[in-house]
Ligand binder design. Structure first.
Ligand code: CP
Length: 310
């Protein structure tokens, strides 16, 4: 019963470019023909195991399975599971594998989904592991970019905020480097720069053009996409550093004055102060649409992971 033909998603690099393009196609079809998908997962159960807080990822996964006709179970914090009694992740996963058909899990420890996949005999989807990866956010982002811009190639992408611990940033870069003529403007304070392994192993290895800067305004006019991120309190070791850096970038109407008319402003959310609410009424603000798209791409992903399984 264990692991044969089990399709996991731990890292965005687990998917080929064709598979990503196919998922985007299916998500677009679901958006147009929702009723055709309403019973595709009748009798199937999704377990959402969230050892870290979430609004969008957990609820959009649950909404996705419910919209496919399936059912959901799970927990939204480690404290309400037997993890609080000292149970290992491996034992939790082995147990839940017998209760559900597919697992979406979020965990504060980098690499936890790999441990889970070794124990599980049903598909494991990484819904975020520490400051490492968030592949389903990236699928959401790719669907959003392709719907807004009509392409995933020939884009100048500004990534702004916490590039060090931002798992959505790491996964998005890892995905975008496979498309033609992508240029990154990496905007962060020096303490939150993109990790060296991402520069060497992902950007340099793929010969991707990039600029590192702490100046958002300087490059605003060049951007096709501005991807803002939150400075994440939960990843800091001391309060003092967090307080110093948390409001380093606040995007407002004035800062957008030189931006392209078709700039796409994205954010994985939740936001704290990094985008002023006055920007929400700007037609270029795409972040809530991005959150809604998460349901459809996760529907497509669930279908793919369950394909051919009894
Ligand atoms: N984007 C994202 O992962 O949001 P949540 O933390 O609310 O799931």
């Amino acid at each position: 019963m264990r692991k044969e033909n089990t399709r996991n998603l731990i890292d965005i690099r687990d998917l080929s470019t064709k598979e990503i393009d196919d998922l985007i196609k299916v998500a677009n079809d679901i958006i147009l023909h929702k009723e055709a998908y309403a019973h595709k997962c009748d009798g199937k159960i999704l377990a959402t195991l969230f050892f870290e807080p979430s609004t969008r990822t957990r609820l959009s996964f649950e909404s996705a399975m419910l919209r496919l006709g399936g059912k959901v179970l799970g927990f939204s914090e480690a404290a309400s599971s037997s993890t609080a009694k000292g149970e290992t992740l491996a034992d939790t996963i082995e147990t839940v594998s017998g209760y559900a058909d597919i697992i979406a899990m979020r965990h504060p420890k980098e690499g936890a989904p790999i441990v889970a996949a070794k124990k599980s005999f049903i598909p494991i989807i990484n819904a975020g592991d520490g400051g490492h990866n968030h592949p389903t956010q990236t699928l959401t982002d790719l669907l959003t970019i392709s719907r807004k811009k009509g392409r995933l190639e020939n884009l100048t992408i500004g990534l702004c905020g916490d590039l060090k611990f931002g798992r959505t940033i790491h996964s998005l870069i890892s995905a975008m480097v496979r498309y033609k003529n992508i240029k990154f403007i990496l905007i962060s304070p020096k303490e939150l720069r993109l990790p060296e392994y991402m520069i060497k192993e992902v950007l340099d290895k793929n010969k991707i053009e990039y600029i590192e800067t702490d100046n958002m305004e300087k490059y605003m006019k060049d951007l096709d996409i501005l991807y803002m991120t939150r400075v994440q309190k939960e990843r800091f070791f001391n309060e003092e550093d967090y307080m110093r850096l948390k409001d380093y970038y606040i995007l407002d109407k004035k800062k957008l004055s030189t931006a392209k008319e078709d700039l796409c402003i994205m954010h994985p959310l939740p936001r704290v102060n990094e985008i002023a609410t006055e920007v929400d009424e700007d037609e270029r603000a795409t972040y809530f649409e991005q959150a809604y798209n998460g349901v459809y791409i996760r529907m497509a992903l669930i279908l793919k992971c369950l394909e051919g399984r009894k």
